[in-house]
Design a protein around this ligand. Structure first.
Ligand code: ADP
Ligand code: SF4
Length: 695
C-alpha cells in the first residue's frame, strides 16, 4: 500500500541544528523503568522504535551526577565513563535504523532523593524535597555548588557525545529538575542574582544552555525540554514566566521541546484528551525560528497533520503513542493507518516505571520484552504445526490470543458466549472518562477481521462437551472473572454479614443496569479505578453516594498511574462523600456498619443500595471441567488446555492482553518454565580490592 498524500507533510525532513530528522515523528524522552539497571532491555526497546520509523528516539532523563540520584527509579545516567558504554548500547540500536538518538541530560535538584548515594540533596533554597514521600530537606546551593553543577552538566554533554548521541538536552520540564527549581518562585527564594525576577531565575538555565552549545560545538544538536506553564497556581512558574523564558532564550537551543502542566502533562485519558496541551504551547513557534516539538498523546495522523499545518508544531512528539505502537510512523507511511494500535491513556506504563520495573503497556504486550523474551511488536514466529486452536471467550485476553495465534498462521476459532466481542471492557469503557479503553477491543477486532484463518462464533457459550466435540488440538480458555458478592477481598477474609440481600450489588450488576437507590454506599476494597468511577457515575446520575474504603484514599493504587490526585478532586467535585480508613463490617436492610481500621468506633451509614467492589473470582468452570478429565481430552484429540487472563488470575487489563499474547506464542514454543526470560546480569567484579582486603 502507498501513503495517503494528505500525510506527506509528516514525512518531510526537519533540520535540527547540525543534524536532520528524516521525518516529523519524534519520540520524546520517556521513563521506562529499565534505565541503567537493564541497559539491554532499554536499548532493544528504543531500537524497535527506530525500526518503526521514528526519526528521533530519546532516552528518559539521564542524570549527570550522583547528587542527582533518582533511586529507586532506575533512570538513565552518565555519572561515570563506564556509563558511556551502557548508553552507547542504545545509540547503536537507534542508529542501526537511521534514526537520531537524543539524550535528556538532567540534574534532579530537589527531586533527587539521593537515597543510593546519600549525598545531601540541593536546590536553589532550603526546601522539603519535592516528592513529599521522603522526609528530608534539600540544602541551598551556594556559588561554588552552582559552578560544580555547571561543570557536571558540561561533562555530561561530553559523555553523551562520546556515547554517540545526536541531540543533547537541557531538561527543564515536569517540575522535576534543578532548572525548574530555579525558575519556580515557589521554590527559588534566593536574594542573589539567581533569585527574584524571571531574568534572575533564568540565569542558571541560560548559563548551562550556552555551555551545552559550546561543549557540543556543532557535533550534535542542543535541545531544551521546557514546561512553559507549571499550572500549579500563582506561586509557581506561570504562563507569563514561561513566555518570558522562551523570549529570552529563543535562539540559543537548536530545538524547543515544550509542554505544560508539570506532572499533569502525563495524566491519563480519563482526564486529558488528545492534543490537550495545544492552547498552552501554541505561542512558542511565534517566538523562535527553531523547530518546536510538543506532545498530546497524538495517535490520529489527521490531528498530527493539523498540528503542523496550523503552525503549532514542527515535530510530532510522542511518548505513550510510541509505546503502544512503536511502528506508528511506518504504518502511516505504508498507507495502513487503520493498523495503528492506539494508546488508551491508562498509564500502566507510568505505573511500571513508578514501581521501578521495565514498563509494560496494555495495548502492546511486547513492550520491554524485546530483549528479554525476544518479542517483536509486529512480527511473530510462523506456526510450528498444523494444529488448530480454539479460544473460548472474546474479552481482551481471548481476542489477543486469537489475533496472535492467527497472525502466526494457525487455524483459529474464537467462541464467545455473548453477541458483542470485548468481554468486561464493553461495560468498563462506559464508566466516566474510560471511553478510550475500548481501543483494546477495537484494534484486535479490526486485526482479526483481516485474518481469513480466524473464525469468530458469537452467541456460543461452550461447555467441556462442546469443546471436546470440536476436537481442536489446542484450547485457550479466556472466560474472564466476576466480582464477588460476599464482601470477601483484601480486607475481609470471611463473607460480610448481611451480604446476601437484594440491595447488595456488585460492579457487574450496576454495569448491567441493575436498579440503584439512594443513599448508596460503595465499599471500595480494590484500590484501582472501579470504585471511584462507579461513585462518579452514580453521583452524576443524581444519587447520594458515600464511598467507604479501608485505604487512606479511594483508588489508592492510582498513585502509580499519576491519576490519584485528580480522582480525589473529581470525587469532591461530584459531591461524593469519602470515608477513608474504614472497613465494611455488616449490612442491614437500610444501613451498613463500618469500623475504623485504626480502632475508631463502629458507625452506621444509611444505605438503600450497597455496592461491593472487593475482588473478582475467575470464571473457571469450563477450564476445570476440561483439565479434570485428561482421558476424555486425549480421546478428543486435545493436546493442550490453558487458562489465560482473568480466568487464570484476575488482574489489570494489561495482564489479560499479555496472557493472551503469551499463550499464542507458547503454542509450540520451548518449555520456558525454568528460565522464562533472559536476565540482565551486572558483571561481578572485585576491583579495586576492598580497603581491608589482604594485599
Ligand atoms: P479477560 O479480561 O480475561 O479477557 P473478560 O471477562 O473480559 O476476560 O472476557 C471473558 C469473555 O468470555 C466474556 O466475553 C464472556 O462472555 C466469555 N465467556 C465466558 N464463558 C464462556 C463460555 N463458556 N463460552 C464462550 N464464552 C464465554
Ligand atoms: Fe498508552 Fe496505556 Fe500503553 Fe501507556 S500502558 S502507552 S497509557 S496504552
Amino acid at each position: 500500500m502507498t501513503r495517503d498524500p494528505r500525510f506527506d507533510i509528516l514525512f518531510e525532513p526537519v533540520k535540527i541544528g547540525p543534524v536532520t530528522a528524516k521525518n516529523r515523528f519524534y519520540q520524546v524522552p520517556h521513563c521506562n523503568g529499565s534505565g541503567y539497571r537493564y541497559p539491554h532491555t532499554q536499548a532493544a526497546m528504543r531500537g524497535i522504535k527506530a525500526e518503526g520509523g521514528w526519526a528521533v528516539v530519546c532516552t528518559e532523563w539521564c542524570t549527570v551526577h550522583p547528587s542527582a540520584d533518582t533511586t529507586p527509579t532506575a533512570s538513565a545516567r552518565l555519572w561515570t565513563d563506564e556509563d558511556v558504554r551502557t548508553n552507547a548500547l542504545m545509540t547503536e540500536a537507534v542508529h542501526r535504523h537511521g534514526a537520531l538518538a537524543g539524550c535528556e541530560l538532567a540534574h534532579a535538584g530537589l527531586y533527587g532523593h539521593n537515597s543510593y548515594t546519600r549525598i545531601p540533596t540541593m536546590g536553589p533554597s532550603p526546601r522539603p524535597m519535592q516528592p513529599r514521600d521522603f522526609p528530608a530537606q534539600g540544602r541551598a546551593m551556594d556559588k561554588s555548588d552552582i559552578r560544580d553543577l555547571r561543570r557536571w552538566h558540561r561533562r555530561g554533554v561530553r559523555r553523551a557525545i562520546e556515547a554517540g548521541f545526536d541531540i543533547v538536552y537541557v531538561y527543564v520540564g515536569h517540575s522535576l529538575t534543578v532548572f525548574t527549581d530555579f525558575l519556580s518562585p515557589r521554590i527559588n527564594q534566593r536574594s542573589d542574582e539567581y533569585g527574584g525576577g524571571i531574568e534572575n531565575r533564568v540565569r542558571l538555565l541560560r548559563e548551562v544552555l550556552e555551555e551545552t552549545r559550546e561543549e557540543a560545538d556543532g557535533s550534535c544538536a542542543v535541545a531544551i525540554r521546557f514546561c512553559v506553564d507549571e499550572q500549579y497556581g500563582p506561586d509557581a512558574m506561570t504562563a507569563e514566566d514561561g513566555r518570558a523564558v522562551v523570549e529570552m532564550l529563543a535562539e540559543i537551543p537548536d530545538l524547543w521541546d515544550v509542554n505544560v502542566g508539570g506532572f499533569d502533562d502525563m495524566l491519563g485519558s480519563r482526564f486529558r484528551k488528545e492534543g490537550w496541551e495545544e492552547p498552552g504551547i501554541a505561542f512558542v513557534k511565534s517566538l523562535t525560528t527553531k523547530p518546536v516539538v510538543g506532545v498530546g498523546r497524538f495517535t490520529s495522523p489527521d490531528t498530527m497533520v493539523s498540528m503542523i499545518k496550523r503552525g503549532v508544531l514542527d515535530l510530532i512528539g510522542a511518548a505513550r503513542p510510541s509505546i503502544a505502537d512503536p511502528f506508528l510512523p511506518r504504518k502511516i507511511e505504508e498507507g495502513r493507518a487503520e493498523d495503528i494500535r492506539e494508546c488508551i491513556g491508562c498509564n500502566i506504563c507510568l505505573a511500571s516505571n513508578s514501581l521501578t520495573v521495565p514498563i509494560r503497556c496494555t495495548q502492546n504486550p511486547t513492550m520491554s520484552e524485546e530483549w528479554r523474551r525476544g518479542w517483536h511488536p509486529e512480527t511473530m514466529p510462523e506456526k510450528g504445526s498444523d494444529a488448530r486452536v480454539l479460544v473460548v471467550g472474546a474479552g481482551p485476553a481471548g481476542l489477543e490470543a486469537a489475533r496472535a495465534a492467527g497472525q502466526r498462521g494457525y487455524q483459529v476459532a474464537l467462541a464467545e458466549a455473548g453477541r458483542e466481542l470485548g468481554g468486561h471492557l464493553n461495560a468498563v469503557c462506559r464508566l466516566p472518562g474510560l471511553a478510550e479503553w475500548i481501543r483494546v477491543r477495537d484494534w484486535r477486532v479490526g486485526q482479526i477481521a483481516k485474518l481469513p484463518n480466524v473464525t469468530v462464533y458469537r452467541e456460543s457459550a461452550l461447555t467441556a462437551e462442546h469443546v471436546r466435540e470440536f476436537g481442536f488440538e489446542h484450547v485457550i480458555v479466556a472466560t474472564g472473572a466476576s466480582w464477588r458478592r460476599d464482601g470477601v477481598g483484601a480486607r475481609n477474609f470471611r463473607p460480610v454479614q448481611g451480604h446476601a440481600q437484594d440491595h447488595v450489588l456488585t460492579p457487574d450488576d450496576v454495569l448491567a443496569g441493575a436498579e440503584v437507590r439512594s443513599p448508596v454506599v460503595i465499599f471500595d476494597d480494590d484500590t484501582y479505578v472501579m470504585g471511584g468511577c462507579l461513585a462518579e457515575k452514580l453521583a452524576g446520575e443524581g444519587h447520594d453516594v458515600t464511598i467507604v474504603t479501608p485505604f487512606p484514599q479511594v483508588s489508592s493504587w492510582t498513585l502509580y498511574t499519576l491519576d490519584l490526585a485528580e480522582i480525589q478532586r473529581r470525587l469532591v467535585a461530584s459531591g461524593v462523600a469519602v470515608l477513608a480508613n474504614h472497613n465494611l463490617a455488616a449490612i442491614s436492610e437500610n444501613a451498613v456498619e463500618v469500623t475504623g481500621v485504626w480502632g475508631e468506633p463502629a458507625r452506621r451509614l444509611k444505605a438503600s443500595s450497597v455496592i461491593l467492589v472487593t475482588m473478582r473470582s475467575p470464571n473457571e468452570t469450563l477450564y476445570r471441567d476440561l483439565v479434570g478429565d485428561a482421558g476424555a481430552n486425549a480421546a478428543a484429540g486435545i493436546e493442550s488446555v490453558r487458562a489465560v487472563g482473568d480466568c487464570l488470575a484476575p488482574a489489570l487489563l494489561s495482564e489479560a492482553v499479555f496472557g493472551g499474547h503469551e499463550a499464542a506464542r507458547a503454542l509450540d514454543g520451548p518449555d520456558v518454565a525454568d528460565q522464562p526470560f533472559r536476565i540482565e546480569q551486572v558483571p561481578a567484579s572485585f576491583e579495586p580490592p576492598l580497603p581491608w582486603a589482604d594485599s
